[in-house]
Each structure stands twice: as structure tokens, then as C-alpha cells.
Design a protein around this ligand. Structure first.
Ligand code: FAD
Length: 420
């Protein structure tokens, strides 16, 4: 049965990569470059390439190919590179269960099979929060979708789901929603954001007015209305004043969460704050035969960032297979009691004689603030820096500063806010 899936058999796989997006393909390509014999990428979609496959707009590829490419061309190049390096890419194949010691249950049109790999890399990416999880009241008409669905409809299926939608949110992906609409001749009637300022970096806030999309800040979506199709939404300002916006669709953008359902239903520990598998600085999960890479580690980074993480993970997994990733059982747990710190990744550091691993601790904050980020242990402050932080903006702390000789146990992160 398994031979129906994998020509080379199912019991001699060195590394199985779950997810054929930028991070998974980069990991697979690097593993082959490092001389690992059998690397199999398992991808549930009919084509590998991940999210960029349906981001029909640039800019992708600067870091990887030193050129500005559209998402689909970028995705196709990553697939070509992984195949040329010798990775096997199995598409339309869903990993339905991840079990201890690299045992995976996979399913496709041919049936279900179990395979075993010496190492598994989770590279399943992120998705946007759907309507059901956003607790939006009102009716349940058709025409309420996420950016990912919009992109698939417009770029892959050449469909136009509505003509005059409202875009909810102002993360980077929300601007991608405007570009996707324009590509399909869809004219958004507004973009609204509950916060007082645009979440994405300046100058993205200049873009909506430039293309004729009114931008409403401090405007919260209250309810969606319509019988079969959307015919309007009700929004509210911070003073509680409500108004109706006539529209025929709603695009719910951003509020990303890692696609970690396999880990949640399986044996790996998931970090409640990041939503991704709990990992050390090599991306190794609580079962040491599993690693994680790319956006499943945390929401959300760009394709280039995820690709680079995948490439590094490929190196670390190859080193692990060769017995070169020497780590002791001593570990430093990173913790926080600060509600301002939304998440951090990795969540622990293992003491490694071979060095290497992620260069930085990655953090995100839940709101804008000015103050000092402090990493400390029972002996006092280990590292600190004065910062101005904003929601959904990356903050990096050099990991090398947190685990020099002699530190074991726990590092506590705090943010001491200063009044402005
Ligand atoms: C709607 C949307 C738009 C975005 N737009 C941009 C943009 O314009 N520019 C940018 O830089 N970044 C964008 N991003 C961020 C995007 O996540 C990264 O660009 C990049 O795709 C991350 O790569 P990845 O490999 O970690 O994950 P992904 O690209 O998400 O790849 C994960 C892959 O895993 C597969 N998979 C998941 N679960 C399973 C399973 N159980 N079995 C088999 N396969 C599985 C998925 O089908 C997918 O192909 C966007 C993200 C979203 C959700």
C-alpha cells in the first residue's frame, strides 16, 4: 500500500517535511545539499509552494533569488530547487496524524498509509482567524472570507466573489487584500481598523487613500448583515457611536495563528502564547525526532524570513542526523508574566557544546508601549534594552546574551513601561 504513495518505500526515509511552503522547501533543499539521502516533502495541496502560490503580486524573492518576483513564480522556483536537489515532493497528500518517533499517518486519493522517518520537520505555516473564532454577531450570509480565500479565488480560480467589500484589519496582509481586489477589478468601499493606528509599518497607511479606499481608524466591526449575500455591516467608534456601511462582502484579514492542529491533536507540547510547537533554539520540539520551522513557529513572518528559517533548520537536522548536534540535558526555560508580551520563540534554550541554533529570541507585543525589556534570573538582570514596541512588529533579543556560561534554570522576561 505504501509503495502506492512512495516509490522508494516508507521505511528508509531520513527526513519527512510536513508542508511544502517556503520554509519546508528550503529545509528539504538544504538537507539534500548537506548530503542527507532521503528527504520527502508531504504537501496537502495539488501543488507545492505554500501561501505564495496564491499571492499573485510582488515582492517575493529578494533574499533568496536577489530578484523581485510574484508569489507564484517565486513558489515555482522553490519547488524546482527542491526537486533539482533531489527531494521527493508528494502533493495532494495530507498528514493526518503525527505520532511519536517520526511515525506519520498520511492520506491521499489512494488511501491511508503509515510512514516512518528518522526526523520530521513541521512546516505547516499559518492561517488567518476565521469569522467563527472572531465572535462577530449578525447574520450568516455568503461573502465573508479571509485574505487567503480571496487570493485563491482571484489568482487560482479566476473568480470574483464580490464587487464592493469592506476590508477588516490593517496588517501587511490587509494591503495584500487591496492589491488582490484591484487585480480582479473589485473596489473595496472601506478598510477599517479597531486600533488607533495602522498595524503595518509606515508608509503602508498611504496606500489605501492613494487607490481610493477610505481608511477608518478606531473603527470596530460589530455585526455583518444580509440574507443570502452580505448587504452591509455595522461598525462602532470608541464612543460607542454605530453606523452602517453598505457593502456586498467582508474580507477578514490577519490575526494569524499557526497551523498546528497536528501538534495539538498529537503528542507534542504546543506553546499557548505563540500557538506553535514548543521548541528550543534548534527548532526541536518536545519529541526530539520532530523539528518545526517557518511560520508554524509563530505568527507571522514574511516568506523570505520563513525560507531562511527553513534553510537553517535543514542544517540543524542534518547535523542532528550526523550526531553533530551535541546538546546536554540542561536547559534554560524562558518565561514571562507580562501581559504586554504576546509571545516569544524559542521557549527554551538547551546548552549545546556545538553552538549554533537561532541567533535571536523573537518576540511580539500586544499593544504599543515605551519602556525597557529586561531578561533576568535569580542573580539579577542578564540583558536589557530600552524600546518602543508596537503590536505585530518583530522584536529580536540576541540569544547569545541570554545563555552564557553558568546560567541554567529560568530566564524571566519583563517589560518595565515608562510613561510618555
Ligand atoms: C493569506 C496570507 C497572505 C500572505 N501574504 C504574504 C505576502 O504577501 N508576503 C509575504 O512575505 N508573506 C505573506 N504571508 C505569510 C506567509 O505565511 C509566508 O509568506 C510564507 O508562506 C510562510 O512559509 P511557510 O513555509 O512557513 O508556510 P506556508 O507557505 O503556509 O506553507 C505551509 C504548507 O503546509 C501545507 N500543510 C499544512 N498542513 C498540512 C498537513 N497536515 N499535511 C500536508 N501539508 C500541510 C500547506 O498546504 C502549505 O502549503 C501570507 C500569509 C497568509 C496566510
Amino acid at each position: 500500500m505504501v509503495d502506492d504513495f512512495l516509490q522508494g518505500g516508507a521505511d528508509n526515509i531520513d527526513v519527512a517535511v510536513i508542508g511544502g511552503g517556503p520554509s519546508g522547501l528550503a529545509a528539504a533543499t538544504e538537507l539534500k545539499k548537506q548530503g542527507v539521502s532521503r528527504v520527502v516533502v508531504l504537501e496537502r495541496e495539488p501543488q507545492a509552494g505554500g501561501i505564495p502560490r496564491h499571492c499573485g503580486h510582488p515582492p517575493f524573492g529578494m533574499r533568496e533569488f536577489k530578484r523581485i518576483l510574484s508569489g507564484p513564480i517565486y513558489a515555482a522556483r522553490l519547488v524546482e530547487n527542491a526537486s533539482a536537489a533531489g527531494a521527493e515532493i508528494l502533493t495532494s497528500t495530507h498528514v493526518v496524524e503525527a505520532r511519536p518517533d517520526g511515525h506519520l499517518l498520511i492520506a491521499n486519493a489512494k488511501g491511508i498509509a503509515e510512514i516512518k522517518a528518522r526526523r520530521v520537520i513541521y512546516a505547516t505555516g499559518v492561517r488567518e482567524t476565521p469569522r467563527s473564532a472572531r465572535k462577530i454577531s449578525g447574520d450568516r450570509p455568503l461573502g465573508v472570507i479571509n485574505t487567503g480565500a480571496l487570493q485563491s479565488m482571484v489568482y487560482l480560480e479566476k473568480r470574483k466573489p464580490f464587487a464592493r467589500p469592506v476590508i477588516i484589519g490593517s496588517e501587511l496582509v490587509s494591503f495584500s487584500a487591496i492589491m488582490t481586489c484591484r487585480h480582479a477589478g473589485i473596489r473595496p468601499v472601506a478598510m477599517i481598523e479597531a486600533r488607533h493606528s495602522v498595524t503595518a509599518r509606515w508608509p503602508s497607511s498611504l496606500f489605501p487613500p492613494l487607490v481610493g479606499v477610505p481608511l477608518g481608524m478606531a473603527t470596530r466591526l460589530v455585526s455583518i448583515h444580509g440574507d443570502d449575500l452580505v448587504n452591509g455591516i455595522v461598525v462602532e467608534n470608541p464612543n460607542g457611536v454605530q453606523r452602517r456601511i453598505e457593502c456586498d462582502g467582508v474580507i477578514l484579514t490577519g490575526q494569524f495563528m499557526p497551523e498546528s492542529s497536528l501538534a495539538l491533536c498529537g503528542h507534542l507540547e504546543v506553546d499557548a502564547a505563540s500557538g506553535g510547537p514548543l521548541v528550543d533554539q534548534f527548532g526541536r520540539c518536545t519529541d526530539p525526532s520532530y523539528f518545526a520551522t517557518g511560520n508554524v513557529l509563530r505568527p507571522v513572518e514574511t516568506a523570505g524570513w520563513s525560507w531562511n528559517e527553513g534553510r537553517n533548520t535543514g542544517r540543524w537536522v542534518a547535523a542532528d542526523l550526523a550526531g553533530d548536534l551535541t546538546v546536554s540535558h540542561e536547559e534554560i526555560l524562558i518565561t514571562t508574566n507580562s501581559s504586554l508580551i504576546k509571545y516569544f520563540m524559542p521557549q527554551k534554550i538547551v546548552l549545546s557544546r556545538s553552538g549554533g541554533g537561532m541567533a535571536n529570541l523573537q518576540l511580539r507585543f500586544s499593544r504599543s508601549a515605551r519602556g525597557e525589556l529586561i531578561a533576568g534570573n535569580s542573580d539579577g538582570v542578564v540583558w536589557s534594552r530600552k524600546l518602543v514596541v508596537h503590536p505585530e512588529r518583530r522584536v529580536l533579543v540576541p540569544l547569545g546574551k541570554l545563555f552564557h556560561d553558568g546560567i541554567i534554570g529560568r530566564i524571566e522576561l519583563t517589560f518595565r513601561e515608562t510613561q510618555t
